[in-house]
Design a protein around this ligand. Structure first.
Ligand SMILES: C[S@@+](CC[C@H](N)C(=O)[O-])C[C@H]1O[C@@H](n2cnc3c(N)ncnc32)[C@H](O)[C@@H]1O
Length: 266
C-alpha cells in the first residue's frame, strides 16, 4: 500500500482546543489502559542508561501519550534523575492544570514547540510517540538531521501501520473507545459529551484521523531510506525495527538513533 499524506484534523490550527484535547485525551486513555508501549521499555531503557540521559524532550505529546506509566517503568537506580519535558505545537492549557503533571517528573511546556524547529535551548533525548507520520518525508528527514546536528538521541514509535488490518482495527476500536471514555477525559468538558452522544463529531474525527494516520505511517524501508539521507548518519547508531505488541496487530514500529559512544546495544 503506497503512502498517502492526506488531511488530518489534528494538524489544523483552527481545530478548537476542546475537540483537540478530546482526541488526544482518548489516545492517552487507550495508551494507558492497554499499556500499548510497554514492549518498548527494555530497548528505550538500555539507550537511556547508555547515554546517561537525564532529560527527555517528548515532541508532539498531545495529552501526554504513554508517559504517565512509562516514566515509572524507565526510572531505576541508574536513571533516577530522569525528567520528561512534554511539548506540542498546540499545547493544551487545560492539561497543564492537572495535578497528575504538577506532582510528577513530567513537565508540560506551556509554549508551542514545533517538532520541525526544536529550539536549541531545549536539550535532551527526543521522543515521538504515534506522531512521526504527521510529517512529510522532507520534514521527517529534517527532524532526524536536526538531532544529529545537535548531538542528541532520538526514539520514535508508531502503533499504526499502512495495512488493512491496522485500518480495520482503528475503524472498530476508535468509535467504541470514544463512546466509553469521553466522559473520563480530564479536565471534564460538557461540549465533548454533546459532540459525542448528540452529534457524533468526535467519534467521526477520531476514526478519520486514525485511518489517515495508518495511510501516512512510514514503513521500515522508508525509515531506512530517510536515515541514509541524513548528513553525518555514520556518526550515529540507528536501530530500526518492529516490537511485538500483544494488544495491537502488527506491533510497534521504532527508530532509535544515538551518537556512537558504543556499538549497537539493542
Ligand atoms: C496523534 S497525536 C499523538 C499524541 C501523543 N504523542 C500520544 O501518543 O498520545 C499527534 C500530536 O502531534 C501534534 N503535532 C502535530 N504537528 C506537530 C508539529 N509540527 N510539532 C509538534 N507537534 C505537532 C498534535 O498537536 C498532536 O497532539
Amino acid at each position: 500500500m503506497g503512502r498517502l499524506h492526506l488531511f488530518e484534523f489534528e494538524d489544523q490550527t483552527w481545530l478548537p482546543g476542546v475537540i483537540r484535547d478530546g482526541m488526544t485525551g482518548i489516545l492517552n486513555i487507550i495508551e494507558e489502559k492497554a499499556k500499548l508501549y510497554i514492549a518498548i521499555v527494555p530497548c528505550l531503557r538500555s539507550v537511556l542508561r547508555e547515554l546517561k540521559c537525564e532529560i527527555i524532550v517528548d515532541l508532539c505529546s498531545g495529552s501526554g501519550g504513554p508517559w504517565k506509566y512509562l516514566i515509572d517503568c524507565l526510572v531505576d537506580s541508574e536513571t533516577s534523575s530522569l525528567e520528561v519535558l512534554l511539548s506540542d505545537k498546540f499545547p493544551s492549557f487545560n492539561i497543564l492544570e492537572l495535578d497528575a503533571f504538577q506532582a510528577s517528573k513530567l513537565e508540560f511546556l506551556p509554549y508551542p514547540v514545533d517538532a520541525t524547529q526544536v529550539p536549541k535551548e531545549l536539550k535532551g533525548f527526543r521522543t515521538l510517540f504515534g506522531s512521526f507520520h504527521h510529517f512529510r518525508p522532507e520534514e521527517a528527514v529534517g527532524i532526524l538531521q536536526d538531532v544529529v546536528k545537535c548531538g542528541e538521541g532520538i526514539a520514535l514509535f508508531e502503533m499504526t501501520r499502512r495495512n488493512w488490518l491496522s485500518i480495520m482495527y482503528i475503524f472498530l476500536l476508535a468509535p467504541i473507545s470514544v463512546l466509553l471514555y469521553i466522559p473520563f477525559i480530564k479536565p471534564f468538558r460538557w461540549p465533548r459529551l454533546i459532540l459525542t452522544y448528540l452529534i457524533p463529531l468526535l467519534p467521526f474525527m477520531l476514526v478519520f484521523d486514525g485511518i489517515v494516520s495508518c495511510l501516512r505511517t512510514y514503513s521500515l524501508e522508508e525509515l531506512q531510506m530517510m536515515v541514509k539521507q541524513v548528513r553525518g548518519n555514520n556518526l550515529y547508531n540507528w536501530e530500526i525495527g518492529m516490537k511485538k505488541c500483544k494488544r495491537f496487530p502488527g506491533g510497534i514500529t521504532y527508530l532509535i538513533g544515538y551518537p556512537k559512544t558504543t556499538t549497537s546495544i539493542l
